[in-house]
Ligand binder design. Structure first.
Ligand code: SF4
Length: 437
C-alpha cells in the first residue's frame, strides 16, 4: 500500500520553521511521505502565523489554496492563527483539523486519530501502522536527519513572551515564557551532530528570557551557550533575536570568549525614536539600543548586526520617522527587515488614534528599503579587503561566513566542510565570490 502524502507550508518566525522541521521529521519517521505543497497530497498542514493582520490573511489564503489543490484532502491549520482566531472559528471556515500551538507536538497522533475515525478498512501502512510507542515524542527533543544532509539546524530553546509590546499578539497566542532545560537542549545538539549538523541557530520567541521561568535551576542564556559550545562538533552557534538590554559589557565580553559564537546578532529595534518606542511598549530607549550595539562592536571585529523596524506605527509623525531614519543611517546595520505597521485586533496599538494611511507607510518603507540596500552592500564589500574568512559549505558550493555573508566558491567544495579563504568579488546582490586558500 502506498504511503499517505503530506504537504506542508510554513509561515512566520524561526520558531515556526523549527517546529515545522520537527513535524516533518516525525511524520516521515511514522511512515508518511512529505511532498511539495503544489502537489496533490492526502494531508496539507499550514503552520500559520498571526503576528499581523497580513499574516492572518496569508494563513487563510494558504489554507484555502490547499483545499483547491485537492478538494478531497484533509487540511490542517496549525499554530498561532488557530490560537488567536479560535479553534471553532477556523473549523467553521471549512478547515478539517485545527491544531493550536500547544498541540503541534502531537501532530502524528492527531493525524492518525483522524484516519482511525474516518477509515474503517484500509490503513495507510504496510505493517504495524500504530505502534504503541509513537515516535512523535521525538518532536520536542530529537531531530532526525533531513534528506540531503543539512548542515545548519534551528534549536528552539524557549517559547512564549511576557513583554506585551503594544502591537503584538504573540503573548496572547503563545502564552507566557517557558524554557527547556540545558540538559534537554544539549542532548538534542549531540544527536544533531551525530547526524552531520555543524551549526546551530538558538531561537525562541523571546530568547533573552531563557531560563527566567525556572529561577531555581539557575540556568541563563549564557550558561546555555557555553554548554552548547562545549560539545565536540558544535562548530558554530548563531543566535535568534536578542533584547538590546541584555547586551551589557559583561554579556558581550562573555559572548566573545565562546569560540563557536558567530559574530552575527539580531537586535530588534522597531523604532529609533523614543516616543514611538514608548507607545510600542518596548522596554528600552534608542540610546540603550545603541549602547548594546557598541558593546558588541567593541568585542567583535565587524560583527553583522541586523534588525527589524516597523514604519507607520500609529501616530508616527514625519519628525519621528526622520529620527528613526537618521538612527539607522548612523548605526549602519547589515540588514534591516522593514515592516509597515499592520493593525492587529485585540492589541492596544489597534485602538490607538493616528493610524497612518497605506500610502504613508509605503513611502516610509521605500525610504528605509533604499538605505537597507546601501548598508547591506557596504557591509559585504568590507570583506573584499583580502582578510581570511571561514565558510561552512551548505550546498552547491555555497555557504555562509561566520558573519553570515553568503558566498559561492570558485572551486567545488563538499557540503558540511568548513573552509578558509578570501572573498574575491561579487556574484549578485546577495552572494559574494569565495576563493578557498
Ligand atoms: S518581545 Fe514584543 S514583539 Fe516580540 S514576541 Fe514579545 S510582545 Fe511580541
Amino acid at each position: 500500500m502506498s504511503k499517505k502524502t503530506v504537504a506542508m507550508h510554513n509561515l512566520g518566525c524561526k520558531v515556526n520553521a523549527y517546529e515545522m522541521e520537527h513535524i516533518a521529521d516525525s511524520l516521515q519517521e511514522s511512515g508518511y511521505k512529505i511532498v511539495p505543497f503544489e502537489d496533490k497530497a492526502d494531508f496539507y498542514i499550514v503552520n500559520t502565523c498571526s503576528v499581523t493582520n497580513i499574516a492572518d490573511r496569508k494563513s487563510r489564503q494558504m489554507l484555502h489554496r490547499a483545499k483547491k489543490e485537492n478538494p478531497d484532502a484533509v487540511v490542517i491549520a496549525a499554530g498561532c492563527y488557530v490560537n488567536t482566531r479560535g479553534e471553532d472559528n477556523v473549523l467553521a471556515d471549512g478547515i478539517d483539523i485545527v491544531v493550536p500551538n500547544e498541540e503541534k507536538k502531537n501532530m502524528v497522533d492527531i493525524i492518525r486519530s483522524w484516519e482511525r475515525s474516518h477509515q474503517n478498512e484500509d490503513l495507510p501502512f504496510e505493517a504495524d501502522p500504530y505502534p504503541d510507542e509513537a515516535p512523535v515524542s521525538a518532536y520536542e527533543r530529537d531531530h532526525a536527519p533531513a534528506e540531503g544532509g543539512y548542515t545548519r539546524s534551528f534549536l528552539k530553546v524557549q517559547d512564549g513572551c511576557n513583554m506585551f509590546c503594544s502591537y503584538c499578539i504573540i503573548p496572547y497566542a503563545r502564552g507566557r515564557i517557558k524554557s527547556r532545560t540545558i540538559a534537554d537542549v544539549t542532548e538534542e545538539v549531540r544527536s544533531l551532530i551525530s547526524k552531520g549538523y555543524h551549526e546551530f541557530v538558538v531561537t525562541g520567541i523571546h530568547l533573552s528570557s531563557f531560563g527566567k521561568d525556572r529561577p531555581d535551576d539557575h540556568e541563563d542564556l549564557m550558561d546555555l551557550l557555553r554548554a552548547i559550545d562545549a560539545i565536540p562538533g558544535a562548530d558554530r552557534i548563531r543566535m535568534g533575536s536578542l533584547e538590546p538590554r541584555i547586551i551589557t559589557d559583561e554579556f558581550a565580553a562573555s559572548l566573545a570568549e565562546i569560540p563557536s559564537i558567530c559574530p552575527q546578532f539580531h537586535l530588534s529595534l522597531q523604532s529609533g525614536c523614543d516616543s514611538v518606542l514608548k507607545r510600542m511598549n518596548r522596554h528600552y530607549t534608542a540610546q540603550e539600543f545603541l549602547d548594546g550595539v557598541e558593546r558588541l562592536r567593541k568585542v567583535f571585529k565587524d560583527p553583522a548586526i541586523t534588525t527589524d523596524v516597523i514604519v507607520g506605527f500609529p501616530g508616527e509623525t514625519p519628525e519621528e520617522f526622520e529620527e528613526t531614519h537618521n538612527f539607522l543611517k548612523n548605526i549602519s546595520f547589515y540588514e534591516t527587515h522593514i515592516f509597515p505597521y499592520s493593525r492587529r485586533k485585540g492589541t492596544p496599538a489597534d485602538r490607538m488614534s493616528g493610524q497612518l494611511s497605506r500610502a504613508e507607510k509605503h513611502d516610509r518603507l521605500v525610504i528605509l528599503s533604499d538605505l537597507n540596500v546601501k548598508n547591506k552592500t557596504a557591509f559585504q564589500n568590507i570583506w573584499t579587503d583580502g582578510r581570511t574568512v571561514e565558510v561552512l559549505i551548505e550546498d552547491n558550493n555555497e555557504g555562509y561566513t561566520r558573519e553570515y555573508v553568503r558566498v559561492r566558491s570558485v572551486a567545488a567544495l563538499p557540503s558540511g566542510t568548513i573552509v578558509r579563504g578570501r572573498i574575491t568579488g561579487r556574484i549578485d546582490a546577495d552572494t559574494m565570490e569565495f576563493t578557498p586558500e
